[in-house]
Design a binder for this molecule. Structure first.
Ligand SMILES: C[S@@+](CC[C@H](N)C(=O)[O-])C[C@H]1O[C@@H](n2cnc3c(N)ncnc32)[C@H](O)[C@@H]1O
Length: 285
């Protein structure tokens, strides 16, 4: 039987509420919006219209996936970052709100500079590098590097959606191993930084659905950060900046690692929850 969009939405939201999903109404709406490829306004205005059996079935299938803990963004294939809609596919980490702080700080630091080259190491969906390129048109080139083929495929889709094909270069590489030997003004990274021992305490939706290789790093969570910092020395221009997103309680240790390698002018920035989240350093040599 054909039911109205409004009644189907209510039923979907009830199912999500029972499985303790906080934004159950909003999520039911987003699941239908993405299925019908309609805006929230269009859905609102068509609540009285009926939905075919086929579409109802497809909608409740999506509700079912969400009910058992699959992240909304992998179902809708959309993740919001810096007020833009990024495409997100399995194999790429879902962009997090706290990562916007890194982008915001880099944009402030480079304000007024021209013809810059940037490298976004561990780019995943490309959310950091692509946002930098969209917010500041003074980048000559932005390199987007990741060791995961699936993540880089997702990144390529985003590059195409946002029309940055001419500015970006995508490289499938284990850290810097396949990056051409050029000098960058900015190297930024949101690398894996979760301690192996802490993986089991992550939220179940994260553990079961997001790529473990995007999250966990050896050496108590510091392996990637340290390796990137060591390798970045030969890829940074004089006064070039290296910027990391770091995990809770990692910033002071990262600061020590960077000073030991030879970086200077270190600054730590907090996120909106007052957690030390971003570490920035300059390469003065
Ligand atoms: C925490 S995610 C960050 C993704 C994206 N930059 C973001 O902020 O949403 C870390 C990314 O590092 C990539 N990665 C892990 N090990 C790597 C390595 N050895 N070389 C390059 N990329 C790596 C993962 O595939 C993943 O995409």
């Amino acid at each position: 039987m054909n039911h109205s969009i409004g009644s189907v939405l209510i039923k979907g939201a009830e199912i999500l509420k029972k499985s303790k999903i906080a934004n159950f109404k909003q999520e039911a709406n987003e699941l239908l919006e993405s299925l019908l490829n309609r805006s929230p306004e269009e859905i609102f205005l068509s609540k009285g219209k009926s939905l075919s059996n086929k579409l109802q079935e497809a909608f409740f299938k999506r509700i079912g996936r969400r009910e058992v803990g699959e992240p909304l963004q992998y179902i809708t294939k959309v993740a919001h970052f810096y007020s833009r809609k990024f495409t997100i596919t399995k194999g790429a980490l879902i962009p997090r709100q706290e990562t916007e702080i890194l982008v915001e700080k880099v944009l402030k630091l480079i304000d007024g500079k021209k013809n810059m080259c940037c490298l976004d190491m561990c780019t995943g969906s490309g959310c950091i590098g692509i946002t930098l390129g969209l917010e500041n048109k003074q980048f000559k080139k932005i390199f987007l590097v990741d060791s995961s083929k699936k993540a880089l495929e997702c990144c390529k889709k985003n590059v195409e959606i946002f029309g940055l094909e001419k500015t970006t270069i995508l490289i499938l590489s284990n850290l810097f191993s396949l990056v051409p030997k050029i000098k960058f003004d900015v190297i930024c990274a949101n690398p894996p930084y979760v301690k192996e021992d802490d993986f089991h305490s992550l939220d179940r939706t994260v553990r079961e659905h997001e790529p473990k290789a995007a999250l966990v790093s050896k050496k108590n969570g510091f392996f990637h950060i340290e390796k990137i910092a060591i390798e970045a020395q030969s890829f940074l221009k004089k006064d070039g900046i290296l910027v990391f997103e770091v995990g809770v309680n990692q910033a002071q240790e990262v600061k020590k690692i960077l000073i030991k390698i030879g970086y200077s002018s270190l600054v730590i920035y907090n996120d909106l929850n007052k957690i030390e989240r971003v570490v920035m350093a300059k390469w003065k040599k």
